[in-house]
Design a protein around this ligand. Structure first.
Ligand code: SIN
Ligand code: CO
Length: 387
C-alpha cells in the first residue's frame, strides 16, 4: 500500500486516498501512456453502431450552440450524416469489448472491483463538449487521442440549479479554479460533485474510468424485492394484550410502538439484507453486454488441463465475494453462486483480477463442473495459450 504509483504521479495510494479521493482533483501528466492507440476515433464510431452498445450522440445547434440535442442508442449511420460543427459521441462500457482496455482497471489497484462501474469513451471534434456539469461519482479522465482542455470549478450538490429546458443537466456558470490542456496519456481525477467542462482542442478521445456509488433508495428497492420473495413475512402479526378503549379512531402509542418494533426487530436481523446488498453490488449496469457463450462440459475441460489455458473474469461480468465465518460466499451478476469448497480459493483469485492457469490442481470432477457452470453463465472465460 505504501508503494508510489506512476498512475498517481508518484504519490502512494495511501496518500491519494487520504488527500484526494472524493475530496479534490489530481492532474497527472503521462500517467497512462498504455492507453494511447487502444482505440482510434473511427473505432469509436463503429462501436457506437453495434447492437446492444449503450451510446449517446450529443449535438449543439450551429445557429445556437446553447441549444443541445441528445440521441441515445440505438444509433444509425444516418445519425452521423449532416452533423453540426459541435458534437460529442459517448460510448459506455468499452472495457466490456476489449481486454486491453479492461486490463487498464489494474492501474487502480487501490479501489475494489465492487466500486467500479465502466470505462466510457468520448469522441469529439475541435470545440466539442458535453457542457459544464458535475457527476455524482468519482471519475479518472484519461486522454487517449488528441487534446482536451479541462476547466474545473465549484463543488455542487443536490440543490445546484441547472439551465432549464435542456436535455442535459448543464450548469449556468462555473467559477474556474483550474484550466489545463490534457495530452494523450494524461490523467485528471475529478471527485464527485466537482463541476467540470472539457472542450476538445482537436479530434479527441477521452476515457472516463467511472466508479459506482450505491444509494440508499436503490438498496431499499433491492431489499424489498428480496422481502417479497419471503412468504413467511405475509403471516399476520398477533395482537398485543388488548385493553378496552373509548377512542375507536386512534392507534395508541402502545399499539403503534408494537407495530414499529416488530418491523425494526425483523429488519435488524433479516437475512434478506445480505442477499440484497450482494445482489445489488454484483449486478451489471450493462447486462446486455454479457455474451452468450458456447456450451462446454466438464469433460471438455478435463482435456485442456495443463495445456496453457487460463481462466479470467469475463470483462462484462461482475464477480464479488464476502468472507463469512471463514467461508467464501460468491455473487456474480446479481446472483448467488454455489461452488465446491476446493475451487473457492481459485475463484477468489479470479474475482481479485488474477489470470489463473488451468493446471493439474483443477483435475477434480466437482471443480471442473463448477468451472463449466461459470463458463456457461459467462462469469469467467478461457484465455487460450499464447503462441
Ligand atoms: C467527456 O469525455 O467529454 C465527458 C466526460 C465527463 O465529463 O465525465
Ligand atoms: Co462529467
Amino acid at each position: 500500500m505504501s508503494q508510489s504509483l506512476a498512475v498517481l504521479g508518484g504519490i502512494t495510494a495511501e496518500q491519494f486516498l487520504n488527500e484526494y479521493w472524493q475530496k479534490k482533483p489530481l492532474l497527472v501528466r503521462n500517467a497512462m501512456p498504455e492507453i494511447i492507440g487502444l482505440l482510434e476515433p473511427e473505432d469509436v464510431q463503429e462501436l457506437a453502431l453495434e447492437e446492444d452498445v449503450t451510446a449517446r450522440l450529443i449535438r449543439q445547434k450551429n445557429k445556437n450552440p446553447n441549444e443541445w440535442h441528445v440521441k441515445s442508442s440505438p444509433l444509425t449511420k444516418g445519425d452521423f450524416q449532416k452533423l453540426p460543427n459541435l458534437w460529442t459521441l459517448l460510448v459506455q462500457a468499452v472495457d466490456h469489448y476489449s481486454f486491453d482496455i479492461s486490463e487498464l482497471w489494474k492501474k487502480f489497484p487501490f479501489i475494489p472491483q465492487w466500486r467500479r462501474d465502466d470505462i466510457m469513451v468520448s469522441y469529439a471534434p475541435k470545440g466539442g463538449s458535453v457542457g459544464k456539469h458535475f457527476d455524482f461519482y468519482d471519475v479518472f479522465l484519461v486522454q487517449g487521442h488528441g487534446h482536451r482542455r479541462w476547466q474545473l470549478g465549484q463543488m455542487c450538490d443536490e440543490s445546484t440549479q441547472f439551465i432549464p429546458d435542456q436535455p442535459l443537466k448543464l450548469l449556468p456558470e462555473m467559477d474556474i479554479q483550474f484550466d489545463e490542456v490534457l495530452a494523450p496519456g494524461d490523467l485528471l481525477y475529478v471527485p464527485p460533485g466537482l463541476s467540470h467542462y472539457g472542450v476538445a482542442e482537436d479530434d479527441c478521445l477521452t476515457f472516463s474510468f467511472g466508479f459506482r456509488m450505491p444509494n440508499l433508495s436503490e438498496m431499499i428497492d433491492q431489499v424489498s424485492d428480496k422481502f417479497a420473495e419471503n412468504t413467511l413475512l405475509k403471516n399476520p402479526l398477533a395482537d398485543i394484550a388488548r385493553q378496552q378503549t373509548a377512542h375507536l379512531g386512534e392507534i395508541n402509542e402502545v399499539e403503534f410502538s408494537y407495530l414499529k418494533t416488530q418491523l425494526l426487530d425483523y429488519l435488524t436481523k433479516a437475512p434478506e439484507f445480505d442477499a440484497a446488498i450482494m445482489a445489488y453490488m454484483s449486478e451489471s449496469s450493462y447486462p446486455n453486454n454479457i455474451p452468450e457463450p458456447e456450451e462446454v462440459e466438464a469433460n471438455d475441460l478435463g482435456e485442456i488441463i495443463s495445456t496453457g489455458y487460463k481462466l479470467i473474469l469475463e470483462p462484462a461480468s461482475r464477480l464479488l465475494y464476502r468472507m463469512q465465518n471463514g467461508s467464501l460466499d460468491f455473487w456474480a451478476n446479481g446472483e448467488n453462486v454455489c461452488i465446491s469448497e476446493p475451487f473457492a480459493a481459485q475463484l477468489k483469485r479470479i474475482a481479485d483480477g488474477e489470470n489463473v492457469v488451468l493446471d493439474e490442481s483443477f483435475n477434480d470432477d466437482a471443480v471442473l463442473e463448477d468451472i463449466a457452470m461459470l463458463l456457461n453463465n459467462a462469469v469467467v472465460m478461457l484465455l487460450p495459450p499464447q503462441e
